[in-house]
Write a protein that binds this ligand. Sequence first.
Ligand code: CAA
Length: 386
Amino acid sequence: MKFFLTEEQKAVRDAARDFARTELLPGAIERDSKMIHPTEQLKKMGELGFLGMMVDPKYGGGGMDTISYVLAMEEISKVDNSCSVAMSVNNSLVCWGLEEYGTEEQKQKYLPKLATGEWIGAFCLSEPEAGSDATSQRTTAEDKGDYYLLNGVKNWITNGGTSQLHIVIAQTDKSKGSHGINAFLVETSWDGVQIGPKEDKLGIRASDTHSIMYQDVKVPKENRIGDDGFGFKYAMKVLAGGRIGIAAQALGIAAGAYELAVAYANERTAFGKPISHHQAIAFKLADMATEIEAARMLVYRAAALKDAGQDYNVASAMAKLKASQVAMNVSTEAVQVHGGYGYVKEYHVERLMRDAKITQIYEGTSEIQKIVISRAVTKGQLQLPT
Ligand code: CAA
């Protein structure tokens, strides 16, 4: 497996880096502290192609590979994770699944809007009592002939307040367990879709996370994705790709915090020299750099497997597990390197530390990633890199 980037991939990374520094960095602290949704920033990201990077150009997307997507996610996540989570959900949980498993009519109707950011998508799986245990869906979609009647409540929905399209996972036949679940394309302008209040969160505070209520929403039959009963497998397949995006976000948080720590340690003097020349700090920076590279290899490997058409389910779980641990550890150490300055909101590093925590929770907690990995371990299905 190669880990060298092509000229095109480097150009995508550089463009994302420039965009993040010029367009996202100014105002990021204020948006975070006041919970201001980055509406304008996401609009620009859509215009520049960051919201539908892997979508086929015939549906208005960038036609790029997963490595390019991961590189862009990493650069944007160094700066603004409220933007990068919206980017990740739209690219991988919404556009990718629709393009892979949707009908031609569904793709033509929705992908051009989603890929350009004209519409934003949300993925509605979690419920008040169905988080990690995703088969216990209580939201129901009753088959009424030419439509389904959707009723239920979803929780923690990223892009919940600003999206025009929801992919809703709901139970259609409880007696069939995970085989009685379907995925539906639901437009938020339809009667019966109600948006709950915005959550006040520890991190990614500018992103809009809401609960959503569906009350007697009529979903046309043609808006079901895949064959009857495919919804749970659909959610699992989509999340396997989504976890690569969140792993890249975690990698970006770690790398962003590390870059701030190095710059600060080279500038700040104590006892007559820059603190980076004191071994206590220099060794911290060495550990941080090494951990980031270890996480990077797992993230790029998962993306490369996906691009090569190979199984990436376990690779993405490993990438997310490791990168989110590294994000938490490195951002905490980066705050430590900054001393008191790291603890105040005027500096970006404390925001990255708060943002890091969610990468261990959403799109499957670290414990869920260990379930996915350990099941493969016990079945003797772990693949070595080829
Ligand atoms: N690909 C394809 N099929 C899969 C699959 C995968 N990755 N994982 C499971 N399946 C299939 C199984 O093969 C099985 O099919 P059969 O019955 O035909 O054999 C079926 O799905 C049921 O699988 P399990 O028995 O393994 O199901 P389980 O109840 O034990 O759950 C789990 C497995 C991995 C724990 C799963 O429930 C899970 O991933 N939970 C976490 C959910 C999650 O990530 N939620 C995040 C919410 S979304 C979010 O955060 C988005 C946001 O806004 C940022």
